[in-house]
Ligand binder design. Structure first.
Ligand SMILES: [Zn+2]
Length: 277
């Protein structure tokens, strides 16, 4: 990682739960938790009960998390969110969680989340959905202040499944773009110019393109993600949602490739790393 820890002392942090693409066994699927020093904001759920293990390993406090975002319905992002809803429901039932939990997402993904819960969550937990646990549908380009940031949610224009990303502005003006797990399209590009942070998928190294054929899944190589970040003068590029064959060497190899095409700060985090934003 060439990205230096920022010197500022504000408590703006990002806890990386996972960094893998869908079919990995050495990483947790891509997800993170933003932390303002007082409370937490979850982005995607991982592919399953990994999310519980991550919270435990990273010492994250469920009772401090009242907001989350779910980008789309694919296994590696969606199924862990069902565990999140189940877990928060149990904490509420056991009087270990004060207040409500709000999950934001597009209409399609939240409808599916509701239906899955309806089929498999116990009635006592299900009764909390709509009362203490809220599934909040956001529209394309909808802006709102939630948690402690200003968000603009946007449709990334995926042809695979309806997927939203967001642009978030922190109270100190720090701008971060999360374009889901696909390349930034024209629609999302409007937020990328001079962004402080871009969280970009990078399926594999460009030299390994023939092996993984990332274009089949609408994914980019490290080179392509880096060129995109360079084009938009992004200050910090975080690469994740990757293959796991380079496990153990990924940070070095991905950083090397990215640095040939991008001259900002490059971050290739491991699972369970915490980054100061
Ligand atoms: Zn994915």
């Amino acid at each position: 990682m060439t990205g230096k820890k920022t010197e500022n002392t504000s408590e703006k942090r990002m806890h990386i739960l996972g960094t893998g693409t869908a079919t990995v066994s050495k990483y947790v699927n891509t997800a993170c938790v933003f932390d303002d020093g007082e409370s937490l904001f979850l982005v995607d759920g991982t592919g399953g009960s990994d999310v519980l293990r991550c919270f435990d390993a990273m010492n994250l406090d469920w009772s401090k998390m009242h907001y989350g975002f779910l980008s789309h319905e694919h296994t590696d992002h969606f199924l862990g969110m069902i565990w999140v809803l189940r877990n928060i429901g149990e904490l509420i039932i056991n009087d270990a969680y004060e207040g409500d939990f709000y999950l934001y997402g597009n209409d399609v993904v939240l409808d599916k989340a509701y239906k899955v819960c309806q089929m498999i969550i116990k009635p006592q937990g299900m009764a909390l959905i709509g009362t203490r646990i809220h599934l909040v549908v956001v529209e394309d380009m909808e802006e709102m202040d939630l948690w402690n940031c200003h968000f603009t949610f946007f449709d990334i224009g995926s042809t695979k499944a309806k997927q939203f990303g967001f642009h978030m502005v922190w109270p100190d003006g720090t701008r971060l773009v999360f374009p889901g797990d696909e390349p930034v399209t024209e629609h999302g590009e409007q937020f990328c110019g001079d962004a402080d942070w871009l969280l970009s998928e990078a399926f594999c190294l460009d030299r390994d393109r023939a092996i993984y054929r990332p274009e089949r899944y609408h994914h980019l190589t490290v080179k392509e993600s880096s060129m995109m970040a360079q084009k938009h003068h992004v200050k910090n590029l975080l690469l994740w949602h990757t293959e796991d064959d380079t496990f153990g060497q990924r940070k070095k190899l991905y950083t090397e490739e990215a640095s040939r095409y991008y001259d900002g700060n490059i971050w290739v985090p491991d699972d369970w790393e915490t980054i100061s934003l």
